[in-house]
Design a protein. Sequence first.
Lengths: 347, 264, 313
Amino acid sequence: MPVAATSNFPIQQNRATLRKTLVACGALLSALLLAILVTSLVGSERLPSGGALCALVSLGTNQCGLTSDQFDILFQIRLPRILLAAAVGGSLATAGASYQALLRNPLAEPYLLGISNGAAVGTMLALVFFGRLEWSRPLMAFAGALLATFAVYRLARGKVGASPERLILAGVIVTTLLSSVIVFVTTLMDATRIRSFTFWLLGDLSGASRGLLPLALAITITGAIALTFNARSLNLLMLGERDAFDLGVEVGRIRIIVFVVASLLVGSSVAASGSVGYVGLVVPHLARLSLGSDNRISIPSAALGGALFVIVADTIARTVIAPRELPVGAITALIGAPLFIYLLKRS
Amino acid sequence: MLEARDLTIQYGDRKAVDTASLLLRPGIVTALIGPNGAGKSTLLRSLNGQIRPAAGKILLNDEPLEKFTRRSIAKQIAVVAQEAELRFPVSVLEFVLGGRFVWASGSGWGWESERDIEVAETVLKETDLSELSGRLMSELSGGERQRAVLARALATEAEFLLLDEPTANLDMSHQATLLSLVKQRCDERRAAALVVTHDINLASQFADVVVLMKAGQAVKTGNSAEVLTPELLLEVFQVNVLVDAHPVSGVPRVTPVHETFRHF
Amino acid sequence: MIPHTFKNSKFAIVVGSLVALVLALTMACSSSRTNVGNPSAIGKEVIDDAGRRIILPERVDRVVSLAPNLTEIVFAVGAGSSLVGDTSYCDFPAEAKSIEKVGDTLHPSLERIISLKPQLVLVSTASQLEGFTEQLKSHNISVFVTDPHDLEGVFRSITQIGDILGRSQAAAELVSSLRARSTAVETFVKPLARVRIFYQLSAEPLYTAGHDSFVTDLIKRAGADSVTADVPGAWPKYSAESALAAKPDAIILPTGGSMGEGNANVAEALRNSPAVQRGRVYKINDDHLVRPGPRAVDGLEEMAKALHPEAFK
């Protein structure tokens, strides 16, 4: 917490440093790896913990006494799903953190801005028209997210540029518009597909086909790195676009980078798992509350924290009423909404 | 040298700045005065490239401003303006360190160096904010925040300081301190400052050059004695004034004379 | 500004009485239409699957069906001519397609139904129309809810609908023939080993038939054990791990009917199951399995034949 003091002592405190960042990220990364390990042992089918642990640590080279079915469950179904949860959580949290920095609004989130719905419409169109091509989904989701971003930005542009308030308002307009498009497309579908779409719209990691996992992970990692590399510029942007300009930030360029990278992150998440809510809102908040507003530490921490959050949420979603499953978005909302209210009250 | 040559800035049909010229030379404090809507802030903002002129040129050390990158402009020209609303908690130190961004080696990454911290400490001392460096900006008073904005600008070590009404929220003592600091900076480091202000007497006290603007045009440029005359001030401000010499410093002192109070 | 004439009190009395008279007449007319529940009206009382008591006129010849299986039942008992409206999903028999459509099963148009002036609307709870039912009641249209959980429930629906539409004889004959066929199947498969099957409603996401699903009963009668027979709910979303671990010996893929070409592939998790390895993946017309109507017995026979080929040479 801030301390008022004489000249030398406090200078080194109260600001993010490389050391602080490495410590925080190191801790979160360890927690993440631990979570991956622990949640791999849990599922609707019981696996022998010893054998499973041994197989995991050997990275799948040693079967460690597991039957081939058990091995398949662990490495073909459970682990890919956990890794996808990490990718989705990391993507959404990073996107949320960057939107909040760019738009100077702690409430900016892929949902509120209509980006997720844009990605959802893109995915739905890909499913309807290019159902066979797996790659069409993240591609069209990205396109949808980008178009939604563009629409929001054009709507919000006033004479003096897009103020955060106008952006949020425009985002709400685009979100509700796209929501009705989604509902419309849903009603055109037959009854059997409606059920699966409703589930998907609430966030569902079970349909994660292995083909998209490497892409999702690659996008999460490169996106988080790209945005972290611009974190210092985002710090200045957070204080005001005009001030950032005065201090040497190329505002237009950073804005494009954030919009494109965040759209990519959101697009890949939505294409893989539908709309998982609250991650982009709650996790960056927690990161900033505990580590400060400096984006150099809060963006990578949000990425790791988001991965952790969704892994835990998805584990709950797939075990609490096993062998049935809940949509992971329901769990993130159940955890996220009260947490968010608590955070609002604290600030 | 930072120069605006025959600058015209248009908003639709309206000319906010109309063929105005301005020259900032190292070591000189220039005050820019005039009524509301005269185009002072607009002119200031065009000097660092934020507003594009419709006609005329801006030259930084004899090179057109367009030739420079954003960062190199920011290294040479710093702005002190009313700070924008802060929505995220940031400490005074972090805020001031923002000024060191222009010296960062990487483009958007990189951490503050020893030198950065040194400079920050120095400017915090100069602006009398050392004790508050650990506090959040939101905990400071308006005047203290304004000093932090100045500190940040000073931290950039820029040659040209553009200040847009920097004394608006400051009490008397801090008004004087801030402008003394600016003047001292100019004297010692051969920096140049442009101060847009409503306080004509403050301008008279601290400025070497005064520029009087009206309706986008630079009506008169010169030292305070040349510019602060009752005739000119009446023409520009539509107010009768009394101009005498300050009893202590001897600089022109302007006193408005309100003969009657109008009843509506 | 009050016109001069209205200030005349005599005029006011005349206008007032006229208005009162019109109002009274309107109320009298509408109240006479609310007498469907009036015991003095001739009719019969039936109890539907939701336990509601419904009074119907002796002769019901204007019916709207809000589910495809109910449309099939109406035609099957020979009362197709009394059907004045059905849903966009009602496609069997062929004549059902030319009946006036009132919308789909989930969002039928209340206005369209009312404009067809039916005496009765047949509803399947699978269509989740409880709230809708209340609205129809307020327009004096009786609603009959069916909710069969198993084949016996289907027979009951056929019988009841036959009675309501004055086709009791045809309904009884139909039920007896269907029952004979289903009993024949069950007898055939009784001595055979029961096959462990997985019913895949959709692959991605993975949905199956649970305890409350109608098709679970059919599976049981076809001499098979559904590995998800005890999972709560009707159409639960199932864990891929559990599907893999279940190792079913056969997989039923409902497809080709209303589902179209979807669901033609086995889910990823089941790719290495015994069922796939032995080529025991059977595609059956989904309309025969999901619609609790006469064709459910077709579905039963098809499943039994597929699962026990040796018994049906």
